[in-house]
Ligand binder design. Structure first.
Ligand code: GFB
Length: 320
C-alpha cells in the first residue's frame, strides 16, 4: 500500500471503518474513497459494480456490515443474514472484477463454535455447533471468509480475512437495546447516575467471559495486515486477555462514577460462555495492541460525554 494508493473504506461511518479512516489519514494516505449509504447502497449489485468500475480502487477495507449486540442478533436474524450476504458478496465480487489489488474482510470471534476449545484457534472455525443467538450473522460472515478464500484460489484475488474480538471505542453504538455490552453499560450507568436511579440491570448471569479490543488498535491491526499479510487463512485480532461481564460492569460503574447497585435480568441470553482468542499468529508478525481496557473504557466514556450525552440530555429536557 503506497502513500498515493487509492483506498476504499466501506463502512466509514461505523465503529471500525471510521477508525480505519482516521488511522489512514494519520499515516499520510490522502487518496481515500468513502461513500455514505445514500451515495452508494452496498446491497445494490449494479450500483456496487458501477462504483468499482468507475473509481479504479487499489485497496478495499470492507468494514461495512450489519452488526449489533446479542439481543439485536437474536431478534433480527433475517436482517443480519440478508444484509451481510448482500454487502459482502457485491463488494468482494465487484472488487475482484474491477482489478482491486487487495481486500480485507472482517469476521468476528462469534463465528467460532459455541463450545470450541479456548483460547480459540483459527483452526476451530466450522468444527462445531454455533451459538444460536448469532447464527444468521455467523453463517453470513463465514460465507464471506469462504468467498475470499475461493476467489483467491480460483482467480488469484488477494483477499484476506481478520477475526476481531469484541470491539469498542469512540463512534460506538450506545443504543440501550441494540448495542454491544460495553457501550450498552456505559449508557445504562450514565443514565442511572443522571436520574439518581438506585440500581442498574445487567443482562444474563454476568459470568460469560469476553475479550475487548479498543477500536484504534483494531484499525492499526487492519493496516498492518493489509501491508504484511497475504495468506488465505483467517487471522485472529484481539488483546489475548479476557474479563467476566460482571467484572467489566464494575469497571464501567467506577469509570462513570455510579454509586447504586447491580441487578441481573436472567431472561436475557448469555451467549457464548467464553470467547477468548489465541492470537499468536498475529503476534508473530510483530503487532501488539496499545490501549489497556481500563484506559479504553475511560476514553470511550469521555467520547460519550462529549458526543452523545448532550443529545440525550436535550431529548430528556424536551420530554419533561
Ligand atoms: O456485547 P454482547 O452483546 O456480545 O454481549 P456477544 C456480551 C455479554 O454481555 C453477553 C452480556 O453475555 C450479554 O448477555 N450483557 C450484560 C449485555 N448486559 C448487557 C447489555 O446491557 N447489553 C449487551 N449487549 N450485553 C455479540 C454477537 O455477542 O458479539 C454478535 O451477538 C457480534 O454477533 C458481537 O459478533 C461481537 O459477544 O455476546
Amino acid at each position: 500500500m503506497d502513500q498515493d494508493s487509492r483506498i476504499f473504506v466501506a463502512g466509514h461511518r461505523g465503529l471500525v471503518g471510521s477508525a480505519i479512516l482516521r488511522r489512514l489519514s494519520e499515516q499520510g494516505h490522502t487518496n481515500l474513497v468513502f461513500r455514505t449509504r445514500a451515495e452508494l447502497d452496498l446491497t445494490d449489485q449494479a450500483a456496487v459494480r458501477a462504483f468499482f468500475d468507475r473509481e479504479k480502487i487499489d485497496y478495499v477495507f470492507l468494514a461495512a456490515a450489519k452488526v449489533g449486540g446479542i439481543l439485536a442478533n437474536d431478534r433480527m436474524g433475517a436482517d443480519f443474514i440478508r444484509e451481510n450476504l448482500l454487502i459482502q458478496t457485491n463488494a468482494i465480487d465487484a472488487a475482484w472484477r474491477a482489478g482491486v489489488k487487495k481486500l480485507l474482510f472482517l469476521g468476528s470471534s462469534c463465528l467460532y463454535p459455541k463450545h470450541a476449545e479456548q483460547p480459540l484457534r483459527e483452526e476451530a472455525l466450522l468444527t462445531g455447533e454455533m451459538e444460536p443467538s448469532n447464527k444468521p450473522y455467523a453463517i453470513a460472515k463465514i460465507a464471506g471468509i469462504t468467498m475470499c478464500q475461493a476467489y483467491r484460489r480460483q482467480y488469484g484475488f488477494n483477499a484476506i480475512s481478520a477475526m476481531p474480538s469484541n470491539l469498542y471505542g469512540p463512534g460506538d453504538n450506545f443504543d440501550p437495546e441494540g448495542s454491544h455490552v460495553l457501550p450498552g453499560l456505559i449508557r445504562r450507568f450514565h443514565d442511572a447516575k443522571m436520574a439518581g436511579a438506585p440500581s442498574v440491570t445487567l443482562w444474563g448471569t454476568g459470568t460469560p467471559r469476553r475479550e475487548f479490543l479498543y477500536v484504534d488498535d483494531m484499525a492499526d491491526a487492519c493496516l498492518h495486515l493489509m501491508r504484511t499479510y497475504d495468506d488465505p487463512e483467517i487471522v485472529n485480532v484481539g488483546p489475548g486477555t479476557e474479563i467476566a461481564i460482571a467484572e467489566l460492569a464494575q469497571m464501567i460503574k467506577r469509570t462513570v462514577g455510579y454509586e447504586g447497585t447491580l441487578e441481573h435480568d436472567l431472561t436475557k441470553p448469555d451467549g457464548h460462555p467464553r470467547k477468548v482468542m489465541e492470537v499468536s499468529r498475529l503476534f508473530a508478525t510483530g503487532w501488539r495492541p496499545r490501549v489497556e481496557l481500563e484506559e479504553g473504557v475511560r476514553r470511550t466514556y469521555e467520547w460519550f460525554l462529549e458526543k452523545v450525552a448532550p443529545t440525550l440530555a436535550a431529548t430528556r429536557q424536551a420530554a419533561e
